[in-house]
Design a protein around this ligand. Structure first.
Ligand code: HEM
Length: 524
């Protein structure tokens, strides 16, 4: 087809012919690049050769039984294989020995190939250099473990009691939606520590946060009306709201930062020694300051980081635990019996000390997250070539340590049998009672599950782990001292709307009845 036309005797340029020509050339170049990359680029590395452009394995992940799909990939390709998702490519690596150094920043750095996450969070630099990461992490841990965690308990309990009282009045809970709302409240009020009351419309603020967090699960495309466009607009509104609210604390921290000569180590030691406790938001501000983010906007964004880290992760940890527990009356009775013992030893007050002495409830939490991990693990970028089971991944490759697959291949639980579609200790779909056994975590050390990657491992292991565990236990304690739990739709977990990246129940199936115990136990 000619892109020129003869008009009035002259050779004139035809725009209508140019456009299809350009579109065909661009599409042809893209397809050429795509297929040559598949054929010549990484063809010797394991994984499906052909996947749908851009979407890759996303559709299969969204529509299939997630655990079964990952196990079948492992059976086909072994402990390392390629996955393509929404415009990025990563290699799942399911070998703990190979992962150990990589997860300790030896041969790899933290990477985030998920574009929606990068747009919403902007700055993850603090995680990438040992110099900035070390003092920041030390402080982070101080804020949410030991004394720091203990100091958070009263506020967290207050937030939870408000929710539980409402559910008790209703006699039921929609666990998916209520876990979301509770996760939101905990993230906004307990994590950021910013007082919104009387300053902003709190309901509006929560709606904006929900919209912001939802962007994470959208397509990485900013079209009008898309989840991502809405999330970015919500982010702008949240930053504009937070900046005046945080001005005072930002300026105070900034002055402290300058006085310490912009030395993150020095300021971290000073904060640890002050005895005033370490606030999580101050930790986030330190993270931003130590990587050049010294403006008021950076400090407001650091508060959004705290919210993003805590809101939906806590929600899914809670939903998954509830979903299993509500189907297991015998386990609920054991939790109740443990509560009687706790009250006999520590009194009825649900405080930090009592919470730290509930081994059975600890085991319930861990077992629920082993069977239904509310996280996909994390990503690293290789800084050197790494050979895994005979496959060499070159420097620059994105590696995905996949919590669910690693937990399926637990050396204590898995006997090496690959004839299963899914190993029995993970098969919550067909045999929950065999899969979910909290006693696994109370066995002798050698017999306990060894692969537990829900919170990561090594240098970047989630510092919020103890906090989340305490939150879930606190909530279960409040509810289960008074009620036993029953799903209104007993096979809710078999009717899921989605399993990846998180479990999502089909609409209208997440109701849970709260059945009063004949002799309930007190809260205080
Ligand atoms: C069920 C809830 C949660 C899950 C499943 C979870 C999961 C994870 C995972 C897997 C990582 C490691 C990522 C990697 O290796 O690249 C991580 C890191 C992190 N998490 Fe969590 N998280 C949860 C809750 C929280 C909470 C409540 C907070 C805030 C207090 C938090 C703050 C962080 C931070 C700051 C990091 C980065 C740590 C570092 O790089 O040193 N997380 N989380």
């Amino acid at each position: 087809m000619s892109i020129y036309s003869e008009e009035n005797g002259a050779s004139a340029f035809s725009h209508s012919a140019l456009l299809p020509w350009l579109a065909t050339t661009v599409a042809g170049a893209f397809l050429l690049y795509y297929f040559s990359n598949i054929i010549f680029g990484r063809k010797r590395l394991p994984g499906p050769w052909l996947t749908i452009p851009f979407l890759g394995d996303t559709i299969e992940l969204a529509l299939s039984d997630y655990a079964r799909m990952m196990f079948s990939r492992f059976k086909r390709y072994g402990r390392v294989f390629r996955m393509r998702l929404l415009g990025f490519e990563a290699y799942v690596v399911a070998d703990p020995e190979v992962l150990r150094p990589l997860l300790s920043d030896d041969g790899a750095t933290v990477a985030m190939p998920v574009q929606t996450f990068n747009w919403l969070m902007e700055n993850l630099n603090v995680l990438r250099s040992k110099e900035t990461h070390r003092p920041w992490r030390k402080l982070h841990l101080a804020a949410v473990t030991g004394g720091g965690l203990k100091a958070m308990v009263p506020l967290i309990r207050q937030i939870m009691e408000d929710h539980v009282r409402q559910w008790a009045t209703d006699g039921r809970v929609e666990i998916f939606e209520e876990a979301r709302l509770l996760g939101l409240d905990l993230a906004i009020f307990a994590i950021t520590g910013i007082n919104l009351e009387g300053k902003v419309d709190v309901t509006w603020f929560k709606e904006q946060v929900s919209m912001y967090v939802r962007g994470l699960y959208g397509l990485p495309i900013v079209l009008p009306g898309s989840k991502m466009a809405k999330a970015l607009a919500a982010k702008r509104r949240l930053l504009n709201t937070l900046m005046p609210l945080m001005r005072e604390r930002h300026e105070a921290f900034h002055a402290e930062w300058e006085a310490a000569g912009k030395d993150a180590d020095k300021i971290a030691s000073k904060m640890m020694e002050s005895g005033d406790g370490v606030s999580l938001n101050k930790v986030q501000m330190l993270g931003f300051h130590s990587t050049g983010g010294e403006t008021l906007r950076d400090s407001a964004l650091s508060a959004l980081h705290g919210i993003m880290a805590a809101a939906d992760t806590t929600r899914f940890a809670l939903f998954n635990t509830w979903a299993i527990l509500a189907q297991m009356p015998a386990v609920q009775d054991k939790v109740f019996e443990e509560q009687k013992k706790v009250i006999a030893e520590f009194g009825p007050e649900i405080g930090y000390q009592a919470m730290s002495n509930m081994p059975y409830l600890d085991a319930v939490f861990k077992e629920a997250l082993r069977v239904l991990p509310p996280s996909s693990g994390g990503f690293r970028k290789l800084t050197r070539d790494v050979t895994i089971c005979g496959v060499t991944l070159p420097a620059g490759t994105i590696v995905w340590y996949h919590a669910l697959l690693l937990q399926m291949l637990d050396p204590v639980l898995w006997d090496g049998d690959t004839s299963y579609d899914i190993p029995p200790y993970m098969d919550w779909r067909n045999n929950l009672e065999d899969a979910f056994q909290p006693e696994r975590w109370l066995a002798d050390e050698a017999k306990r599950p060894r692969n537990f990657y829900v919170f990561g491992s090594g240098s970047h292991m989630c510092p919020g782990m103890n906090l989340v565990q305490m939150e879930v236990k606190l909530l279960l304690t409040l509810v289960m001292r008074r009620f036993s739990l029953e799903l209104e739709v007993p096979d809710m977990l078999l009717r899921l709307a989605a399993q990846f990246p998180y479990l999502i129940p089909a609409k209208g199936t997440d109701g849970m009845r709260l059945v009063p115990r004949v002799q309930g136990l007190p809260w205080s």
